[in-house]
Design a protein around this ligand. Structure first.
Ligand SMILES: [Zn+2]
Length: 293
């Protein structure tokens, strides 16, 4: 009985070492797989992951990677370091005259990614001057807050895209202001309503596919906001965003929460007040300062 127990004991110890041996092998295999997987797609220390959705030559890949690393570095300098990795998906778009024919940003399942349809024949310089990648990266500075406030999110990304281009040296501070004033002025025929609110007009522009006026119209919110911050000796909006990345980027779920976080950083309800004006005042009165010159 004792001997039997001892044999069982020895067998158990033997079995234990066999299991230990194989589990170590498996761990080692997993580690190797993981290391190999990590090695394959991650090409930047900056948290960028490049995915080639179409076929690109090695020299095209090198050019596109250089371009995106430059834009992303300017994005982080301008809007703050993003507390997550960004997947960059490249698709070919050989036809067309623009370097980037289409872009898209996504924050599905907590995975931040952008999709770019690029013309690989464009030069590095042409790619760098294009606003699409800065626009899509800008979207990621805010969480996804639903599709109902597109006037805000598109105005946000359109406004910040040129701030990033400014950081890259393609736009001066003076030309930034005149560019936005001129572009907002062009939307005047649509935003002259004395009965509808700014948001009602914007929603209608989007429904009727008047995207350019819709995008530039939305930037007025951020240009006005920056002017008000300046008048009250507060940091400019991009500096508010730098703090936002650290404190609040993962916690907000809707526009009110985002606005509340911005005001918390500013320590004054400046963004909330402006939002209320955009929600309640007519589009003409909200846009008046941009139309009366
Ligand atoms: Zn957009």
């Amino acid at each position: 009985m004792d001997m039997g127990m001892k044999n069982i004991g020895h067998s158990m110890i033997f079995l234990f070492f066999v299991i230990l041996f194989f589990s170590c092998k498996n761990d080692q295999k997993n580690m190797t797989d993981q290391t190999m997987n990590n090695k394959a797609p991650i090409l930047s220390k900056k948290g960028l992951i490049f995915n080639w959705k179409d076929s690109f030559s090695e020299s095209e890949k090198e050019k596109l990677e250089t371009w995106i690393k430059t834009v992303y570095s300017a994005t982080e300098n301008t809007l703050g370091r993003y507390p997550f990795e960004v997947h960059v998906n490249f698709l070919r778009s050989d036809q067309g005259s623009t370097p980037v024919s289409f872009g898209l940003a996504s924050r599905k399942n907590k995975k931040s990614s952008i999709k770019l349809y690029v013309n690989p024949n464009a030069t590095l310089e042409e790619l760098k001057q294009d606003w699409t990648a800065p626009h899509e990266f800008s979207h990621l500075a805010m969480p996804f807050i639903g599709k109902q406030d597109k006037w805000f999110t598109e105005g946000f990304a359109t406004y910040l895209s040129r701030k990033i281009l400014m950081n890259m040296g393609y736009i001066t501070e003076k030309s930034f202001d005149s560019l936005y004033r001129a572009k907002i002025k062009e939307t005047q025929p649509y935003y002259e309503s004395t009965t509808k609110t700014f948001i009602e007009v914007s929603d209608s522009l989007m429904t009727h596919h008047k995207y350019s006026s819709f995008y530039w119209g939305g930037t007025s919110f951020f240009l006005t906001l920056d002017n008000r911050l300046k008048k009250q000796n507060k940091p400019e909006f991009i500096d508010i965003l730098k703090t936002y990345q650290k404190c609040c980027r993962f916690k907000d779920r809707n526009l009110n929460q985002v606005v509340h976080s911005f005001d918390h950083i500013i320590q004054k309800p400046i963004v909330q007040q402006l939002l209320e004006e955009y929600q309640t005042k007519t589009s003409r009165s909200v846009m008046l300062e941009y139309f009366s010159f």
